[in-house]
Unconditional design. Structure first.
Length: 411
């Protein structure tokens, strides 16, 4: 989503300015063209040379540039997004009041691009009514606010006002650039691998990390959907996502079936166990007692159950972790499970599948291969999957009847 996008990175004079260096690096790594704009106060905490070395263009600090008489207009008009990190109380106040007395505030007033503010300040300042009122006004104007965290502040204080994690800020920039093409939809996503207990200590499980399912939930939320995430993974979740924690296949089944009827889109990205022990020992099995006999039974097929009860207008997406003929297996599973789309991958391929930050998948529909997604980070894969969902829900001339209804508009 950030590849090729021009990002103006504003840095103001707060102690958290050093974290903007990491934000800059992450944006560049994501493929963005980053232009740093530092206030005079920022240069007291971080150096222009640091940002010039890491960014796509040299850092800029002044309105009075000899070779560019109107730098703020050029920056504002060419930016795809402007992010300010950290955003001090002074910057927030000036931006709210429409005051431009330096390059950064002038650029903010000269742009029609999305704006992301990541405030950072002491707790007393963060909680001041004037700051809260200013942020409320900016949010009402469509500015994306990345709320600060609780934690250690300058001078050894602890409280609210600590700059959000750089990964959270970059994710907010991605969200600001994401079209809200899933607004009005309720998306139910499953993630992680289930654990089937043998005794209180041991379990049958798999290597699923939940990264792909969580990336799907984050992407759906960024695209305006109401998201419910049923997960076994202890991973960060985008603010606003409703999270249901489960562990076993039975718990996953119960949580999903209880919520599926209300969902417009169900994405079964979790690696649900196919088998579980018939009996789970109430106490730890001792090694001295010899090798135990573990008898297995099949778990419920949640995807097939969803396919059987799928209501009109609902889109069902299944996942298949394979090690052989991925496309053939995906097509067969798609028909057998009653899904609309099947996302299949070869988990034995380098860099793909379980535990990796990257994945390579084939997205299959009843018409055949819709898309072959080569190795990419899991957020990019999530984007491709949801693009396919949106396309499947959008009627086009000549498309066969019986496909799900298009997305509903805001109520």
């Amino acid at each position: 989503m950030l590849a090729g996008k021009k990002v103006v990175l504003g840095v103001t004079g707060g102690i958290a300015a050093y974290k903007a260096v990491e934000v800059c690096r992450r944006l560049v790594d994501a493929g963005a063209h980053v232009v740093p704009v530092l206030t005079e106060g920022a240069t007291r905490f971080v150096g222009e040379v640091t940002f010039s070395a890491l960014a796509s263009e040299p850092a800029q600090t002044s309105l009075w540039h000899e070779r560019d008489p109107i730098p703020h207009t050029r920056l504002g008009q060419s930016a795809d997004v402007v992010v300010v990190c950290p955003a001090t109380a002074r910057l927030i106040g000036a931006y709210t009041a429409g005051i431009s007395d330096d390059l950064l505030t002038a650029t903010l007033l000269a742009t029609r691009a999305p704006v992301v503010l990541a405030p950072a300040m002491h707790t007393e300042m963060w909680e001041h009514p004037a700051v809260a009122a200013n942020l409320a006004v900016l949010a009402g104007r469509g500015v994306h606010i990345v709320a600060p965290d609780q934690g250690r502040l300058a001078g050894g204080d602890v409280g609210a006002g600590r700059l959000a994690d750089p990964s959270t800020i970059v994710a907010a920039v991605q969200t600001a650039l994401t079209p809200p093409d899933m607004a009005g939809l309720h998306v139910l996503v499953t993630a992680g691998g289930t654990r089937e207990p043998i005794d209180p200590v041991r379990f049958l499980g798999n290597r699923s990390s939940g990264k792909q399912g969580h990336a799907l939930a984050d992407e759906a939320a960024a695209r305006g959907a109401k998201v419910t995430l049923v997960t076994t993974a202890d991973r960060p979740v985008t603010a606003g996502v409703d999270v249901i924690r489960v562990e076993t296949a039975a718990e996953m089944e119960q949580a999903v079936l209880a919520r599926s009827d209300a969902a417009d889109v169900v994405v079964m990205a979790a690696a649900v166990a196919d088998f579980r022990p018939v009996d789970s020992a109430p106490t730890k099995i001792k090694k001295a007692d010899g090798v135990p006999e573990v008898v297995l039974e099949p778990t419920a097929d949640v995807l097939a159950a969803l396919g059987a009860r799928k209501r009109p207008g609902q889109t069902l997406v299944g996942f298949a972790a394979e090690t052989g003929d991925v496309v053939a297996s995906a097509g067969e599973k798609l028909a057998r499970k009653g899904a609309d789309l099947l996302v299949a991958n070869d988990v034995s391929a380098p860099g793909a599948g379980f535990e990796h930050d990257t994945n390579a998948v084939v997205i299959v529909s009843a018409a055949g291969i819709d898309q072959d997604v080569t190795l990419a980070d899991k957020r990019a894969v999530a984007r491709a999957v949801l693009d396919a969902v949106v396309a499947a829900r959008t009627p086009t001339p000549g498309r066969a009847s019986g496909l799900p209804d298009p997305p509903r508009s805001h109520p």
